[in-house]
Design a protein around this ligand. Structure first.
Ligand SMILES: *Cc1c(COP(=O)(O)O)cnc(C)c1O
Length: 390
């Protein structure tokens, strides 16, 4: 199978063979169900002998169009959409695990993913060992005979460390490695090419990229996707057609946006690194980052749009957010077209005890930046003015 370049996949995206007329842009199949010609056709559709749709919970052309584009970008055989990134990881976990099974997971996962694994432990007796994803030996030590999945993020939140994916895949042996690729996107890193079994995204973030959608997507081989689709349809984790249509539209500019946010974030990281009010900057593109060498080999097209920095003085945090609230606002999401800020100790990692947070390097002075598409000199000027006040 020949693969098209990312920009070709994106520029031509949003289509499915099921669009039988030729409007210049894909239609939205905003419908609950699809009329069936008769009972023979119903049987053929149900058995898969004929391709088509019956009920939007089980499938819809807008789902298929977005999922196929993401699968192509991730170099996966198949894809499926879900109502959110959390529905994506829920579908994977519920599709693969049963009571007594064991999961090896990164210790610094997206806060809700960490909570979900703990919840599955409490409710259903699924065992989890949290290990250091930046230490392959620690991940290997966590393996048990009952380990059924490994769950990691390609770039961690909020310290933006890149994981040694080939190292982890080899340490896990036969255990499928599930990668949350939300921060990197397939434009910068393709986990499946590095040996991962399943990739998922919060498409609410970069894939859509305009801050107006809640959507998740999973990509992997046919066998993996059969498990995921079954759970998504049965438990009702299905996406809505309009969200898929919007995300298909957003996806068209993904390569351009990732190039731009990577360039802007590198400039901002270098600027903050020199600033007298800042004690430390975390960005994969900085030589001071622990995973910088790994990032150079894995992220060949840019280091992404996420960075974090630490204020020298914790008491400057509140005035800084206040001063920037109308230019670089606090927003508990990421990957909008504009630059937004977040406060890990107060939002995504609030559920951790203070000592636990500090042990992971998430200090009370740490601010996370999702770098947007603005002119970087405007953003640096705004940061500079606010940092002087802080
Ligand atoms: C936002 C996010 C999620 C959850 O996705 P939702 O679409 O908000 O449910 C999962 N992982 C990462 C890294 C995220 O940033």
């Amino acid at each position: 199978m020949t693969h098209l370049d990312d920009s070709t996949i994106c520029a031509r995206g949003g289509w499915s063979d099921d669009f039988v007329t030729r409007p210049s842009n894909p239609p939205i199949y905003q419908t609950t169900a699809f009329d069936v010609d008769g009972l023979e056709q119903l049987e053929d559709l149900s058995s898969g002998a004929q391709h088509g749709y019956i009920y939007t919970r089980d499938g819809n052309p807008n789902h298929a169009a977005f999922a196929a584009d993401v699968a192509a970008l991730e170099r996966a055989d198949a894809g499926a959409v879900t109502a959110s990134g959390m529905a994506a990881i829920s579908s994977i976990l519920l599709g693969y695990l049963k009571t007594g099974d064991h999961v090896v997971a990164s210790r610094v996962l997206y806060g809700r993913t960490y909570q979900l694994l703990n919840d599955l432990h409490r409710a259903f007796g699924i065992e989890v060992t949290f290990a250091d994803a930046n230490d392959v030996a620690d991940m290997r030590r966590a393996l048990r005979p009952s380990t059924k999945l490994c769950v990691i993020e390609s770039i961690s939140n909020p310290l933006v460390e890149v994981v040694d994916l080939p190292g982890i895949v080899s340490a896990m042996g036969e255990v499928p490695v599930v990668v949350d690729n939300t921060f990197a996107t397939p434009c910068l890193l393709r986990p499946i090419e590095l040996g991962a079994s399943i990739v998922f995204h919060s498409a609410s973030k970069y894939l859509n990229g305009h801050g107006d959608v809640m959507l998740g997507v999973v990509a992997g081989n046919q066998q993996a996707l059969t498990k995921v689709r079954r759970v998504a349809a049965l438990y009702g984790f299905n996406a809505n057609p309009l969200e898929c249509w919007l995300a298909s539209r957003g996806l068209r500019t993904l390569p351009l946006r990732m190039e731009r946010v990577s360039a802007n974030a590198l400039r901002l990281a270098e600027f903050l690194n020199e600033h007298s009010a800042v004690s430390r900057v975390f960005y994969p593109g900085l030589p001071t980052q622990a995973s910088h060498e790994l990032a150079k080999t894995l992220l060949t097209k840019g280091f992404g749009g996420m960075l974090s920095f630490e204020l020298k003085n914790d008491s400057g945090v509140r005035p800084l957010f206040k001063a920037l609230s109308h230019t670089l606002p606090f927003s508990p999401t990421l990957a909008d077209a504009r630059t937004t800020l977040s406060y890990p100790a107060g939002t995504s990692h609030k559920f951790m005890a203070a000592e636990e947070r500090r042990a992971y390097g998430i200090s009370d002075g740490l601010i996370r930046v999702s770098v947007g598409l603005e002119d970087p000199t405007d953003v640096m000027r705004e940061f500079d003015a606010a940092l002087r006040g802080a």
